[in-house]
Ligand binder design. Sequence first.
Ligand code: F6P
Length: 372
Amino acid sequence: MRKKQEKKRIAMLTGGGDCPGLNMAIKAVSEYAIKHYGWEVIGVKNGLNGIVGDNTIINFNDSELIQMDIDFPFDTLVRQGGTFLGAYRKIRRKSYSKVKNDEDLASVMLPAFKRNIKDLNIDGIISTGGDGSMFLMNFLCEKAKIPFIGIPKTIDNDTPATEISIGFSSAVDACVHAMDSIFWTAKSHHRAICVEVMGRDTGHLAMHSGVASCADVILTPEIPYTISNIVKKLRDIMKTEQRDYFVIVIAEGAGAEKGKKLPKNYDSVAKYVSDKLSEAGIESRSDVLGYLQRGGLPNGYDRMLAAELGVMAVDLMADGYTAYITGMKDGKPTKIPLKSVCKKETRTLDINSPIVKTAIKLGTYIGEVKKK
Ligand code: F6P
């Protein structure tokens, strides 16, 4: 156990979108900082909005800030989905509405950020976030000269530099449960069902949940596919397994066949693939899983991960680190420089990863993988 150090007053917030496991991260940071280090912890509502938005009121009455204490009902909160501190993608402040990109946004919000951090007497910030929200926090904290430690979270699992982010494992579970239900309709009605999962521009969630639910076809943005080879795969199954029902998992960013953009008349890639299969004579339907993947309850792994990364974040701050995230490397919580997260490169699905190799070995059609 590290030694207690001088008393600090830190702010804890949940940046970016919600995901399962955030409440455990808030609990771990707050309880450990308060009990072990004797620090004060301010919970900031609605992400960065709570520090720089129009509603930030420093006197705690009707404000975006909560004084955390050990009597907080963490025992019930950690079992819930979402974040009890609230999340907000956009800043509720008129002057921010015309800003075009993250760089401009960060500069516009800097004066309010500096002022409120000073008024609040904050010595450091710990925030959960994906690569976008980490970029903003990094910029603001660096300029305001305030220590910052990030904790990676996202159901997309695309945060660079960490093997896994909080929320991914629960989202995989949610997708698998949904596909276990969808399977029975596919089987009863002798049809293909194309299921669209989230993941933004990456296929981690599709590949992991697809393998876990024994999907016949898994499509991701990283690997181009052809409709004719999907049809071929399904016809092969009909012939060799005498099976006429199929589950097809498609990442929301997979696009149209051969790496092309989705035609303008489609807002769902699952609907696009499903229509093409119907045209080829295979009865098919589509389903978009949506927010049930993100808003569900945290599973055991995500709670454990959030606890480990949260506690480590507090230790890093106590040891004087700044601009680091607590990520996972080789299965262990590890401190990772924030600059390797803010490279503006997405962490895409590795074609040579065990999960992709497994999908191929199991005979799943995952697109046109180039043979070495
Ligand atoms: O990054 C998480 C994620 O759920 C993506 O998978 C999805 O594309 C996006 O957020 C949806 O975000 P919003 O909250 O803006 O609908």
